[in-house]
Ligand binder design. Structure first.
Ligand SMILES: CC(=O)[C@@H](O)[C@H](O)COP(=O)(O)O
Ligand SMILES: NCC(=O)COP(=O)(O)O
Length: 240
């Protein structure tokens, strides 16, 4: 089994920083620590309400990290304009509701096809790889491919909360791979539930944030990243 990459989402470092409105703790510094302890990439979600990550964080992450930035954002002209300026390696288009505590579901690529296709084309034209954050569903996979995305990230929230079994993700993985999509997954993953997802045939990358940042409060960020990386490696039968 080949290595599954770990993207570390640092949104909630910024949540803590913003609690006091200052500069500490710094999401960019956290990203550098995550990289030093095995992160293959850094993920950050610039929400429209800027509740955690801010525009300046995105610009600094792009300039200062050594791996690659996965910039999560809603499908709006404002966000696409910003991504075209910042030029991250990847953009992951996600649905956003102002009132939600966190991302509640996947993008409705079927229902919003024209808008998502247009945003994907603009980003691709700017040299940015596009991933679509979708529920594990064959229609959404086909629409993602048709919209021009090279990659999808399967929303694992329902699996993580025990509302659906791993088979739903396994079926979506097979369907997506057969369509030639690069397959990522994330949301709500932690040390207890990551193994079966990491073992799914063809998994490319897992994006994990909340569980790592939460764990960092007790064992430190570097060890929390290394521990998750080792859990993924072990699940894939690699030394960890
Ligand atoms: C898109 C996604 O599932 C998460 O990466 C996202 O960043 C969640 O948003 P919060 O970090 O605001 O919970
Ligand atoms: N796209 C999922 C992500 O980046 C991290 O989600 P979570 O681990 O913070 O739930």
């Amino acid at each position: 089994m080949s290595r599954v990459l770990l993207g570390v989402n640092i949104d909630h470092i910024a949540t803590v920083r913003n609690a006091r409105g200052g500069r500490f703790p710094c999401p960019v510094e956290a990203a550098l620590v995550a990289e030093a302890h095995g992160a293959d990439g850094i993920t950050a979600h610039l929400r429209e309400d800027r509740r955690h990550i801010k525009d300046g964080d995105i610009r600094r992450l792009k300039a200062e990290i050594a791996t690659r930035l996965n910039f999560e954002m809603a499908v709006t002209d404002e966000m696409v304009d910003l991504a075209c300026q910042v030029q991250p390696a990847y953009v992951c288009l996600v649905p956003e509701k102002r009132e939600e505590l966190t991302t509640e579901g996947g993008l409705d690529v079927v229902g919003q096809f024209a808008r998502i296709q247009a945003a994907t084309a603009r980003l691709n034209d700017a040299g940015i790889e596009v991933s679509l954050f979708i529920d594990p569903n064959a229609d959404q996979l086909a629409a993602s491919r048709d919209a021009g995305a090279s990659t999808v990230e399967l929303h694992t929230g329902s699996y993580a909360e025990g509302h659906e079994g791993i088979q739903v993700l396994a079926d979506a993985m097979r369907t997506g791979r057969d369509m030639g999509l690069v397959m990522n997954a994330g949301h709500g993953l932690d040390l207890a539930n990551v193994g079966p997802v990491a073992r799914l045939d063809g998994m490319h990358e897992l994006n994990i944030g909340f569980a790592i940042v939460g764990r960092a409060l007790t064992i430190g960020l570097g060890p929390a990243v290394a521990e998750m990386k080792a859990a993924i490696d072990r699940a894939c039968g690699l030394a960890g």
